[in-house]
Design a protein around this ligand. Structure first.
Ligand SMILES: Cc1cc2nc3c(=O)[nH]c(=O)nc-3n(C[C@H](O)[C@H](O)[C@H](O)COP(=O)(O)O)c2cc1C
Length: 157
């Protein structure tokens, strides 16, 4: 059975809320999902999943150090994550505060691993973004994203 990891860092809980909304979307597609704080994820764990979705608050327009650290350590398995599905999401304080550049930085890393990343013509184009705590708009985009990532994982598995 296909399995997705949603791995997040969250200091004040906003990104964590997004992670669990994305989880809800994945579960609606009957795909197995583990949602974990990055502190409970070891880099070797990444190998066990068909899809990996990374979430980070926006820190100075990019990912927070603990998530970047996981990505940097993942070089140990460079080539082994090829063709898995990748995704990213972020919460920032401000509109124009860099949440999309954070998502894109994470997607860049996943693409360098050879992963397949998913855009969206209707929802948040690169991956879900929220201003602080997810509002109704962000909630909808998070669950939609989880569902679409799960659908893609099923298609590719
Ligand atoms: C070190 C640091 C840097 C930040 N940099 C930005 C930033 O560049 N742009 C922005 O809009 N918000 C910035 N923020 C605010 C957080 O991205 C925002 O509060 C986010 O919702 C926190 O998510 P969390 O609750 O998951 O920790 C920063 C916060 C911290 C602590």
């Amino acid at each position: 059975m296909s399995k997705i990891l949603i791995c997040y860092y969250s200091r004040s809980g906003n990104t964590k809320k997004m992670a669990y909304l994305i989880q809800k979307g994945v579960m609606a597609e009957d795909v197995e999902v583990d949602t974990k704080d990055v502190k409970n994820v070891q880099v070797k764990d990444l190998l066990a999943y068909d899809g990996i979705v990374l979430g980070s608050p926006t820190y100075y327009g990019g990912p927070a150090a603990p998530i970047k650290d996981l990505l940097d350590k993942s070089i140990r398995y460079h080539g082994k994550l090829q063709d898995k599905v990748g995704g990213a999401f972020s919460s920032s304080a401000n509109v124009g505060g860099g949440n999309e550049t954070t998502v894109l930085a994470l997607l860049q890393g996943l693409m360098i691993h050879g992963m397949v990343v998913l855009g969206d013509s209707e929802g948040d184009h690169y991956g879900p973004v929220a201003i602080e705590k997810p509002d109704k708009r962000a909630e909808k985009n998070c669950t939609r994203y989880g569902q679409r990532v799960a659908q893609l994982v099923k298609k590719l598995s």
